[in-house]
Every structure is written in C-alpha cells, then in structure tokens.
Design a binder for this molecule. Sequence first.
Ligand code: UT7
Length: 372
Amino acid sequence: MTHAAITGWGKCMPSAVLTNADLSTFLDTNDEWIVSRTGMKERRVSHVSAIEMAVVASKQALACAGVDAADVDLIVYGSCSSDELVPNSASGVQTALGATRAASMDVNTACTSFLYSLSTATAMIRTGVVKTALVIGVEIISPFMDWDNRNVAVLFGDGCAAVVVQASDKEEGVLGEQLGCLADARQTLRVRGMGTAYTNRGVTSGDTEWDFDGPEIFKRAVNGMVQASQAVMKKCGVTPDDIDLVVPHQANLRIIEAVVNRSGVPMDKVMLTVERYGNMSAATVPVALAEALEEGRMKPGALVLLPAFGAGLTVCAHLVRWGDRVTPLGVSDAALSKPKKSALEMVQDIRARKSRDASHPGLQGVTFIEQM
Ligand code: UT7
C-alpha cells in the first residue's frame, strides 16, 4: 500500500506583533481578561497578502524536503480568508513557485482547512493520482476582522505554514482521520459581509461584521474534538498512552486543556502556540507542527494527534506517524519584507477604512437568512 509521508515543513509568520495592551487602546478589554479566558498574549498582523505568506512558507517546506517546485504534482491551499476568489489562491502560489506541473486547489473548511487539505492530498497520494503534494494552511484574518467587537477582535491573528507530502512505502503520514461537521450549529460563527447574500443587498464585499456565540462554540468544539480524537484512536487501534505529541487547533488554551484532559493525554505532550499567535484559523496546526520540529519536540517515529474545529462547525482529528527525519534537508532564503507600520497602526488603518465605508447603509439590519 502507498502511504503519504510528511517530508517537509516550513512556516511564515509576519513580524508585526499586536499585544493585549495594543487592543485595549481602542477596545474595552484588558490583558487580565484575555489571558485568563483564552491564554493569548500576542498575535500577528500581516502587512503582505496571504499568497505572499504562503509562497515563503512553501519555499521553506520544499527546501526542507529537498523537493524541487517543478516536481510538485498538487498544491492544496487551506484557508477561509483568500486574497481573491477567482482565480483560486493555490494557482497564485503555483505561479510564484514555478510549480508548472502541479494541479492547484483551494479548500475552505475554516479553521480545519489545513487538516482537510492534508486529508485531500493524502487520499490522492494513496490512490496514485499524485506523488508529491504541497499542503498549505494560511490565514489573513486582520482585514476581515470586526475590530470594534471585543468578543472576536482579541482572539485571532494572521500566519501561515506548509508541509510537503510524498508517496512512501513506509507506514508514515496520516494513519487515519475522523472528519465531521456539526452543521446544526453553523449559525454560531458567521462572518457577514462576504458573498452574494450581502452584496445583493448593497453591502460592500469585505465590510464585515461577525456573528459569534463563543460559549456555544466552546462547548461544541470540546465535545466534537474529544469525540473525533477517541474515534480516530479507536479506528487506528491506539490508546492515549501511545500518543507522543498533540498538536491541536489553537483557539483557546482552555479548550485545548479540556480536550486533552478528556482524551486522557497529559498537557506536557501538547504543543502550544496560542499565547504568542492567538487563533490563526487554518494556520494554527501547521505552524505549531513546524515549531514542534524547530524546538526538537518531534521525535523520529512519533505518533501525533491533531484535533481541530472551525466554522461550520467542522470538526476533525488526525493521527500522524512521523518519519525518521526531524531536521530539514535544506533551508530557503525566502523571507517577507519588513513591515513599514506597527501592527496597531495597520489595525487602525483597517478600522478607518471600515468607518469610511459606514457612510453607506452597510450591514445595518442585514442578517443572513437561513435557506435550509
Ligand atoms: O476557531 C474557531 C473560533 N474560536 C472560537 O470559537 C472560540 C470559542 N469560544 C471561546 O474561546 C470563549 O467562549 C471566549 C474566549 C470567546 C469567551 O470566553 P467565555 O469564558 O465563554 O466568556 P463569555 O462569552 O461568557 O463572556 C464573559 C464576559 C461577558 O460579559 P458579561 O455578559 O458577563 O457582562 C463578555 O461581554 O466577558 C465579556 N467579554 C470581554 N471582556 C473583556 C467578552 N469579550 C471580552 C473582552 N474583554 N475581549
């Protein structure tokens, strides 16, 4: 049987840092509330497009795997915050990399997009459709953020990472996964202001406001991730004691603690980035994976559990067997330019742009009408 080993990894984090203190300059919030409720201290704000972040992360991942861009058969771009919808974003990465042979597709399952993309690439490798895939998890949430809504503005950040997945005869890569969607709760997380439901009513696309039922998402996310983790462990015939490392979606430290406690895995086996980067949606899991490798926390042959949830509410848990190599074969010199403004200045620019747009009727009174 053909397996799909993860052979390269790379991240691209924009350097501008938005602290809790920065947020409290324009929001009724404070460091104590944010840290105690979420575990977050900082997040990043990108000064470049999502595709630019994805290109840097992809170049690092390809160098790490020792793979030439021309040998990539498939690019899967996991994200819910695209620079544009048509053409797709994966094709933009493809052009910049010179991956001329590749097929390119975008996958949007919100925060789980990287893991659903990993499932897609793994399935295509296992069935012989492709041999080498690049899987990206990227998010540029700052331009879409409802910056004056303290319920959401403190939670999210921008970032990106990518992995290279290659056909292998060794039992490596995704051993199994559990995918699902709690669609009856889809109204609990909605970004209003993107798509025809809004533009048909005169709303400028991107002039967004968020519907966000945090406590309900919290409960559903914990139950969903625990059930998915238990299901995938059962499917693969492993117990919590067999897990070497947990790399979870990083939406809230309290959610992560609840999931691993109920799954029977100790917290010292969990890779955390939530304090430094907040919730980067599709980018959280691959960035945490890349940092686990950078920090020497990934051991050769490790069994890794990756539970996640996102808008939809999509849920999933993957079990990955790492290979023998935990160090990069090479490093690319690709890097982002330096930002000209601070994170707070960039956020203030976005807020000013949105308040100028408020001269038209905007989203006032425009709600999404559930069709089903
Ligand atoms: O990846 C998918 C997206 N991520 C999520 O969906 C995250 C899931 N939910 C959560 O992480 C948590 O529910 C939150 C962090 C969003 C909220 O934590 P909570 O413990 O569930 O707090 P809460 O919603 O019950 O709010 C408690 C209070 C409220 O005030 P009142 O009504 O009790 O007076 C909020 O208005 O905290 C208030 N509050 C804030 N206060 C200061 C909400 N946001 C803030 C804030 N600063 N930023």
